[in-house]
Design a protein around this ligand. Structure first.
Ligand SMILES: NC(=O)c1ccc[n+]([C@@H]2O[C@H](COP(=O)([O-])OP(=O)(O)OC[C@H]3O[C@@H](n4cnc5c(N)ncnc54)[C@H](OP(=O)(O)O)[C@@H]3O)[C@@H](O)[C@H]2O)c1
Length: 222
């Protein structure tokens, strides 16, 4: 993959990504400032977002079976979600209709159920099949890059997907909003126990106070 991925997250002072309040407005403002062509979101994050923002899941209507028409000047990103287990079956229309993305691209594996493949096919979601048990992220993202030619890809996910991307060496920048809170033991660090062969050296590219509490720090992998 030619494009390097920007990891974006809000963390506590001790590096946890859960167990405190994420400032959604500032988090998405900083994410969108990258003007991403693709947002790479985790299936757990997507599922949690749907549950958090929708008390009742709207029923699918006829239009949800059509690919949305996209104008050339449309600057919204595509959302790409690895979802080998089909966790988002019967839910993707919520994201498709959110108004925040052009459409959803789903990354699945050979082991993904036929039922989910059929669901995606019938609704004209673009999907990439790669790998056996879990989607082979490197090869699936290569295919997405070939099809969509993104220049900027930013994550919107938790540590599971971020760790996988680090393991595959696909990260080019790190963008962290740091919160003035230290979380208790229960909450794991975003970047702890990374499976990487050697230390990654980075160069700080920005440090900015977002308000009296939050700091936004960005780094580029050297
Ligand atoms: N603090 C923040 O800024 C922030 C930001 C975003 C989200 N969050 C929180 O993070 C939590 C979710 O984080 P999470 O770490 O549980 O999950 P996640 O990163 O949202 O989702 C896990 C993703 O990793 C993929 N994955 C895992 N192992 C893989 C492998 N071996 N090969 C390919 N893909 C693999 C999964 O794909 P499959 O489905 O195919 O397994 C899935 O898409 C939520 O509570 C959310 O609110 C916090």
């Amino acid at each position: 993959m030619k494009a390097k991925i920007i990891v974006h997250n809000q963390v506590s002072l001790n590096g946890a990504y859960l167990g405190f309040n994420v400032d959604m407005e500032k988090y998405y403002k900083a994410l969108n400032a990258y003007k991403p062509d693709l947002i790479l979101t985790g299936s757990n994050t997507a599922l949690q977002g749907i549950e958090m923002f929708n008390e009742i899941i709207p029923e699918e209507v006829e239009d949800d079976f059509r690919k949305p028409a996209i104008e050339k000047k449309d600057k919204r990103p595509y959302w790409v979600v690895p979802d080998s287990e089909g966790k988002l079956k019967d839910l993707l229309h919520v994201y498709r209709n959110s108004g925040y993305c052009k459409d959803i691209i789903v990354l699945i594996s050979k082991n993904t159920s036929e039922e989910y493949k059929q669901y995606l096919h019938e609704r004209h979601y673009d999907f990439v099949i790669s790998g056996y048990l879990k989607v082979d992220l490197r090869s699936a993202l290569d295919t997405v890059e070939e099809r969509y030619k993104p220049k900027t890809i930013v994550t919107d996910c938790g540590s599971k997907l971020i760790k996988r991307l680090f393991k595959l060496g696909l990260i080019g920048q790190v963008s962290l909003i740091v919160s003035p809170v230290i979380t208790r033991n229960k909450y794991a660090g975003l970047l702890t126990n990374l499976d990487i062969p050697r230390n990654i050296e980075l160069k700080r590219t920005k440090i900015e106070s977002l308000d009296d509490d939050l700091i936004h720090i960005t780094y580029t992998v050297i």
